[in-house]
Design a protein. Structure first.
Length: 311
């Protein structure tokens, strides 16, 4: 069974790498996938990730205090969760350096969560094993394998916790521009104009890759929330137009229960619509900011080319 391991940031990356190596030791028929290790050189990054998201039956989202609202993390979790019609598909946030009560403002709270300690990891492993249609272990054998190999994973989690929680904020457009101009100024005094031009274009290329990656992620997240909203609105209309059964004469409460269930279902859908609207608004703001950054990079590149034209 394929298991997609999602991460964002250096601490989550370290835990994701450890999980990728550890899971097949405990359950040999698992195929963990992690972008850092499993995308071949020269492959299209977006295509590889999307393909694995579609093929994976289980998702482990490594969550730390600093990445719980990271757009890409939420996108990957949502992409796997779209397959909820498949009873064998699940997503579990794996909480590192935080408890379940600490994850309060993230859409990830809609999923069953497990803490990255011995008890939580055992529960996570049981969920993974339970989703396997073939090659899973009975409880006794699974426990023996877990107890045997837990000591291999625990030090990695401990090391990550000792790293502390870094503050990782997405730089503002102004900060990004200041950083780029600072890097360009460092090479502007190079005596050879051709060498200076090449170095400047290299810097702009590096910066552009990061800007376009952020744009791609925020755009995908925006499309996901828009699709979710369309689906939720359609479901709300369907529930509202369903004929409700009236209360039957003679004391039967079947009709009343039917109306109550219909109203409760509609309330839940409307709550999800409100949440999706908030998420969409945030994603659209990030997408528009990313578009401005890309345009800024393109403009700066043109200026560099004009100012350092060897002709």
């Amino acid at each position: 069974m394929k298991v997609f391991i999602s991460w964002s940031g250096p601490r989550a990356k370290a835990v994701a790498l450890a999980l990728r190596e550890w899971l097949p030791d405990v359950i040999q028929n698992l195929e963990p996938w992690m972008s850092e290790k499993d995308i071949p050189s020269g492959s299209r990054w977006n295509h590889e990730v999307t393909s694995e998201l579609e093929e994976s039956s289980f998702g482990i989202v490594v969550v730390t205090p600093e990445n719980q609202t990271a757009p890409w993390l939420l996108f990957e979790a949502g992409a796997i969760a779209k397959r909820v019609s498949d009873s064998q598909t699940r997503v579990i946030p794996y909480l590192v350096g935080m408890g379940k009560s600490d994850l309060t403002s993230s859409p990830l709270t809609t999923f069953q969560m497990e803490v990255a300690d011995k008890e939580g990891t055992w529960s996570l492993l049981g969920s993974v094993n339970g989703c396997m249609t073939e090659g899973g272990l009975d409880t006794e054998r699974l426990r023996k394998a877990f107890d045997k190999y837990w000591g291999d994973l625990e030090p990695h989690i401990g090391a990550v916790l000792e790293m502390g929680c870094p503050v990782e904020l997405q730089p503002t457009t102004g900060e990004m521009l200041q950083r780029i101009l600072g890097r360009l100024a460092d090479v502007a005094e190079v005596p050879d104009p051709l060498t200076a031009r090449e170095q400047m274009l290299f810097i702009m290329g590096e910066e552009a890759v990061e800007a376009r990656r952020f744009l791609a992620l925020s755009t995908m997240l925006t499309h996901q929330y828009r699709a979710e909203l369309r689906d939720l609105h359609a479901r709300a209309v369907m529930v509202e137009t369903l004929p409700a059964q009236p209360v039957e004469e003679g004391g039967s409460h079947a009709g009343e229960n039917s109306i109550e269930r219909q109203q409760a279902s509609l309330r839940k859908i409307k709550e999800r619509i409100a949440e999706a609207k908030v998420n969409l608004h945030g994603a659209e703001l990030e997408m528009h900011d990313a578009q401005r950054r890309v345009h800024l990079h393109d403009d700066l590149k043109e200026r560099v080319l004009r100012l350092h034209d060897p002709s």
